[in-house]
Design a protein around this ligand. Structure first.
Ligand code: VGL
Ligand code: ZN
Length: 216
């Protein structure tokens, strides 16, 4: 059997996406208990020897996804940009601001991959943006010889989903851990989970470290 190597991706657990801190685009259910649960799980995975990576939404202040950069538009309006659908968000995760910080102990990460750095393109996926600009993520995973990814974080229906779909397309086996994720809306999160399942993603309600260890 081909060698299995498990890696972990913690998606966008940043202040601006939480009620716990800052929260310019706070996602439901992102309270202190949620952050503590994610940190505890991440610490346990690192301790078990799995490489752990984080993605970090990292936008310039004139980013195209901010409603404030589109006169007359409101938060959550949906517009069309060069044939792409763009949701307009409240300004969030602006480079070097406190709200962009990852709330999990940064020493747990083997690498932090910043995304959404180009003003004209949004980037939900940790792998590449809407303009096709790739991040370092796939190269780093390849360097670590990762075959299987455990993915969780914020938001189920946007960045977690996009990162997972790209990972599947790149040939990784993916495990989604539902109770370590939070979504912008119930309906779109339900749809995202169904789509992931259809694409062959393993949907776990909670983390099972012993099961992952047995895969090594
Ligand atoms: C995200 C909306 C805008 C996410 C990022 O991390 O899911 N959502 N930027
Ligand atoms: Zn963003």
């Amino acid at each position: 059997m081909a060698q299995v190597k498990v890696g972990v991706i913690v998606v966008d657990v940043q202040g601006d996406f939480t009620h716990y801190k800052y929260g310019s685009l706070a996602v439901p259910g992102t309270d202190k208990a949620y952050i503590e649960k994610v940190e505890k799980a991440t610490r346990a995975l690192k301790k078990a020897g799995f490489p752990v990576f984080a993605t970090q939404d990292w936008h310039p202040k004139d980013h195209i996804s901010f409603y404030t950069n589109h006169p007359g538009k409101k938060p959550f309006d949906v517009i069309n940009i060069d044939g792409r659908t763009q949701v307009l968000w409240p300004p969030h995760c602006i480079q070097k601001t406190p709200g962009a910080k990852i709330l999990i102990d940064n020493r747990l990460f083997d690498a932090i991959i910043q995304k959404g750095i180009y003003k004209n393109y949004d980037c939900y996926s940790g792998f590449e943006d809407d303009g096709g600009h790739k991040t370092r993520l796939n190269d780093i995973l390849q360097k670590h010889k990762i075959t299987t990814l455990v993915v969780y974080g914020i938001a189920t229906d946007y960045c977690v989903k996009a990162t997972i779909i790209d990972a599947v397309n790149l040939g990784y086996h993916v495990i989604f851990v539902n109770d370590l994720c939070r979504g912008v809306s119930k309906e779109t999160s339900r749809k995202a989970i169904n789509e992931m399942r259809t694409r062959g993603v393993e949907i776990w309600e909670g983390l099972k470290i012993e099961k992952l260890k047995a895969m090594k």
